[in-house]
Design a protein around this ligand. Structure first.
Ligand code: 0O2
Length: 268
């Protein structure tokens, strides 16, 4: 296949990767806007390189002209989650969507590969709009924890180095490392509730501080500088006390002050 044909073939996959990446990033943003715990912490995507496509064709006996029907991961999206339980939440989210049709799911979390590889794969059919009209193509979504991702990245680079025949002593160590990650994931799951609470209260505090600073910024435009500087000093004093309830109370009082100025403005 000529380079130009390769580029034309892969272009819709690049579009799919771009669109899907933006869509999943918006999922994260939606959770943050609602102030809710977000199961997904990272989204990335890539189109398989020509060399990797050719490698896979050779390994799996796929004729190059059949890659679009037989190779499901030309467009690949990876969702990183914090805890094993979050994988199921992300899977449910995808199952509910109407813009992706699930063709197949592979659960390498419950049934890890012989290498020790763990990840949840969803093969979807996804439609992009090209200048020639709609095109529906395959894409693969890999969902895994930070630990699983760490292991897969290391093992992947070794596979590349040893061309799929990783020496036995290294495979053994990788398998041991994969088992250690199973233990690590399950230890983290045991404190999932604690960690989620901590993260949510950190997010809540960040939101209050940002709201307070925004209100103070508006007040600078509405009233005299000395007055607002006093409010600002009071905010820093309350903030230093590291007490979320006091910070919430300060934010409420500040809102009342700001509303007072708004009412004054409206009456003028
Ligand atoms: P790359 O370079 O990441 O694109 P199968 O049906 O099991 O024979 P298939 O069709 O490759 O094989 O599907 P599978 O198993 O779902 O694998 C798809 C992708 O998952 C792989 O793409 C890898 O990205 C990842 N993967 C699968 N097994 C392993 C593994 O043992 N180690 C690591 N690190 N990643 C794995 P590619 O094309 O193999 O590689």
């Amino acid at each position: 296949m000529e380079l130009k044909v390769w580029k034309e073939t892969l272009e819709p996959y690049q579009m799919a990767v771009n669109e899907l990446t933006v869509k999943f990033q918006h999922v994260i943003e939606e959770y943050h806007l609602r102030g809710e715990y977000c199961p997904i912490v990272g989204v990335s995507g890539r189109v398989k390189t020509i060399s990797s496509i050719l490698d896979k064709c050779r390994r799996k006996n796929i004729p190059v002209e059949e890659i679009e029907d037989q190779m499901y991961d030309i467009a690949g999206i990876r969702l990183i989650v914090q805890f094993v339980e979050d994988i199921e939440i992300a899977v449910q989210l995808i199952r509910k969507r109407t813009d992706m049709e699930i063709k197949e799911e592979r659960d390498y979390v419950r049934h890890s590969k012989e290498s020790g590889y763990r990840s949840y794969h969803m093969i979807i059919r996804y439609q992009v709009q090209t200048i020639e009209g709609p095109r529906t193509l395959y894409a693969e979504i890999q969902i895994r924890t930070l630990g699983m991702n760490f292991w897969a990245a290391i093992e992947h680079s070794l596979q590349y180095k040893y061309k799929e025949s990783i020496p036995e002593n290294i495979s053994y160590k990788l398998l041991k490392a994969a088992q250690a990650i199973v233990v690590l994931d399950s230890e983290m799951s045991a404190v999932r509730g604690e960690i989620m609470d901590a993260q949510m209260s950190m997010q809540h505090q960040q939101q209050i501080v940002s709201d307070i600073l925004e209100t103070i910024h508006h007040l600078y435009k509405k009233t005299n500088r000395r007055e607002v500087e006093k409010i600002e000093d009071e905010f820093y004093r309350v903030y230093q006390q590291n007490d979320i309830e006091k910070l919430e109370r300060f934010a409420r009082d500040l809102d009342l002050i700001a509303e007072g100025y708004e009412a004054q403005d409206a009456g003028m």
